[in-house]
Design a protein around this ligand. Structure first.
Ligand code: ADP
Length: 366
């Protein structure tokens, strides 16, 4: 990683406690009146509450409280993820650039037959960067990012969920271009079973209706504003793609496999993590760690590096309280070797095979 990159931003923390996270990442200068001059929906800083009020005032046809709930649980953040932050996954990145980023940035070119797709599924083992990639798409396409965990919609907001889904799509269109990221989407789109409860059936139906309304918006669109408003993509992520029923699966025009990192990707990821830490690792050490972490996910690798980074601190014992920061020793290969005793790969070879099989049958190439 070059110095520029490492100083530009911090390693993103990706575990959000907020069930609905909207990060206003837009920086485009599209002629959208609801955006500030920078293009960002103006919800940061001192103007934040008035901007929200203004948006809420113009809400029509959907539950205003639900819209407010979405805006209030919005975490407006500077946290941005860029393509370079994500190790590997070149195919997925290219595919997303073509299917989403360019069409969102140049809506005038992507109309009619070239209109952007409405749904994309990212599937694969946990911790491989699906959430990161969704955030990067939002950043790189200058879109507003709505991130919803399906399980929180189904549990925490049960009863309110349908209203929230309507409000979510409404706000996404209002603040378009937008990405609606739904994590664990399988739990909302499972094959129907007799014991499926009434409310989850209704939530699923509402999601499918709202999703269809995106395509209708384009079909009916004539004016420029409608074209802009139609730039909304549902980006689903799942570790259990086989749980999604046939009809729902077909809604995702593209289904991208996000696999475990290969050797080169792990090496890049490790070096990137270590670039910000004092260390005595040589090229050969990196190669050794990379070899020893075959089968690790990106998230396993991050955990391993964090654990290794703790070792120099542990060595200090109580002296930790008084030691100067620059006297702390650098991270060494032995720290990684020790950490490998506790941090193991989290994805089993059997489940990996299942992903490969599903990808062969239903995945999109490229
Ligand atoms: P998923 O959504 O696939 O479960 P995440 O995107 O939430 O995985 O990744 C969890 C963490 O693992 C990230 O915050 C990051 O630290 C690390 N990580 C996973 N994959 C990658 C990757 N390809 N490049 C860089 N970091 C990664």
């Amino acid at each position: 990683a070059n110095t520029n990159e490492t100083t530009r931003r911090n390693e993103p923390t990706l575990v959000s406690t907020s069930p609905i996270l909207v990060s206003a990442t837009a920086t485009t200068a599209e002629p959208n009146p609801r955006r500030s001059r920078s293009g960002t929906p103006d919800m940061e800083g001192s103007s934040s509450s008035s901007a929200k009020e203004e948006i809420l005032k113009s809400v029509q046809g959907v539950d205003r409280n639900a819209c407010e709930q979405i805006l209030n649980e919005i975490l407006v953040t500077d946290e941005k993820v860029y393509w370079d932050d994500i190790a590997g996954l070149r195919n997925a990145k290219n595919s997303l650039k073509e299917a989403v980023v360019y069409p969102f940035l140049r809506p005038d070119l992507f109309k009619g037959l070239r209109e952007p797709i409405r749904g994309m599924l990212l599937f694969g083992p946990p911790g491989t960067g699906k959430t990161m990639i969704a955030k990067a798409v939002a950043t790189e396409s200058h879109s507003t990012f709505f991130s919803v965990s399906a399980s929180s919609l189904l549990s925490k907001y049960l009863g309110e969920s349908e209203k929230l889904i309507r409000a979510l799509f409404y706000m996404a269109k209002k603040l378009s271009p937008s990405i609606i990221f739904i994590d664990e989407i399988d739990s909302m789109l499972t094959a129907r079973s007799d014991n499926e409860n009434e409310s989850s059936r209704r939530i699923k139906t509402e999601l499918l209706i709202q999703w269809s309304s995106l395509s209708n918006a384009t079909a009916q669109s004539e004016g420029q504003n409608n074209v802009l408003d139609s730039r909304v993509l549902v980006l689903g992520a799942t570790n259990l793609p086989w749980a999604i029923d046939d009809a729902a699966r077909r809604r995702f025009s593209r289904r991208l496999y996000i696999p475990l990192p290969d050797y080169e990707t792990r090496l890049y990821h490790l070096k990137r993590l270590m670039a910000k830490q004092k260390n005595n690792l040589e090229d050969l050490d990196y190669e050794l760690i990379t070899k020893m972490t075959d089968g690790f996910s990106g998230s396993d690798l991050t955990s391993l590096a964090k654990e290794a980074a703790m070792e120099p601190i542990r060595d200090l014992g109580d002296k930790l309280m008084f030691v100067d920061f620059d006297k702390i020793r650098g991270i060494e290969i032995k720290d990684f070797q020790n950490s490998l005793i506790t941090i193991k790969k989290s994805v089993s070879p059997e489940s990996l095979q299942k992903y490969e099989d599903w990808s062969t049958e239903f995945g999109s190439t490229g």
